[in-house]
Design a protein around this ligand. Structure first.
Ligand code: NAD
Length: 252
């Protein structure tokens, strides 16, 4: 574990979906930056507990964010235990792979499920955490929300239209809240392209696309996205930005 920079000493970061993939990498990176981490996942409680145990002061909470009561309870539990919140990283998300031309396959239920987890849950967590984030904010070091959206929410791409639309909604919410919550809370989004995680294990076509067409010649590792999250958090001025992290694929 890296030594904690003093300015993050005792600051608390909640990272949703932090037992695997991008969320785990963000949580571990922020722990190395000196944050106390509130780990969370929908399942994988054992992994979450053992992650929390390896970072002194950290906690793990299990919550299904498609359930509003559990989403609200997550914030209550984090505040009860830690007494403060400085960073909220809304990383938990779900995907659905549906060919864009197969309109009927993208049922109303799939739209609702994706919106519930990818848009409404982050909204609820932010609403519930707003007061605590304001309380821990100072003019020198505003609190910070990072939403993990997707390049598919910026360009007409992605595993399915409902997924892309849910991430586009999250991007727009990011910009609107950057205004509404300013100057106490900065709100930014990271819009990754392909990242090597459990979600994309089977995405051979995307892997080929990134290796052949993207200027960086590869998809991202979770650590690449985690480092960007750390950069956004360490800057005290940036707000309302949707940072595309796709290795430059959008340029080609
Ligand atoms: P992942 O499957 O490893 O992680 C997803 C996390 O979300 C898991 O920890 C899971 O517990 C959590 N989650 C899912 N449904 C939930 C629910 N109902 N309640 C609570 N938690 C729930 O995948 P990942 O690739 O690390 O994805 C993390 C985020 O990054 C997602 O929002 C995803 O849309 C986004 N993203 C991923 C990629 C990629 O290529 N991997 C690209 C762009 C955006």
């Amino acid at each position: 574990m890296a030594t904690a920079p003093t300015n993050n000493h005792r600051r608390v970061a909640l990272v949703t979906g932090s037992t695997s993939g991008i969320g785990k990498a963000i949580a571990e990176r922020l722990a190395a930056d000196g944050f106390t981490i509130a780990f969370h996942s929908k399942s994988s409680a054992k992994t979450g507990q053992s992650l929390a145990a390896s970072y002194p002061g950290s906690t793990y909470t299990q919550a299904d964010l498609s359930d509003q009561n559990q989403a609200k309870q997550l914030i209550t539990d984090v505040l009860t235990h830690h007494g403060r919140l400085d960073v909220l990283a809304n990383n938990a998300g779900i995907n659905a792979t549906i060919p864009h031309r197969s309109l009927k396959e993208a049922s109303a239920q799939i739209w609702r499920d994706l919106y519930e987890v990818n848009v409404i849950a982050p909204w609820t967590l932010i609403s519930e955490a707003e007061n605590a984030l304001r309380d821990s904010s100072s003019p020198e070091q505003p609190s910070c929300i990072i939403n993990i959206s997707s390049h598919a929410g910026v360009r007409p791409k992605g595993a399915s239209i409902p997924y892309a639309a849910s991430k586009a909604a999250l991007n727009h919410v990011t910009k609107l809240l950057a205004i509404s919550l300013s100057p106490d809370i900065r709100v930014n989004a990271i819009a990754p392209g392909l990242v090597e995680t459990p979600m994309t294990e089977q995405w051979e076509e995307a892997r080929k696309l990134w290796s052949e067409r993207s200027p960086m010649g590869r998809g991202a590792q979770p650590a690449d996205i985690a480092q960007l999250a750390s950069m956004i958090i360490s800057n005290n001025y940036l707000t309302g930005e949707i940072i595309i992290a796709d290795g430059g694929l959008n340029l080609t």
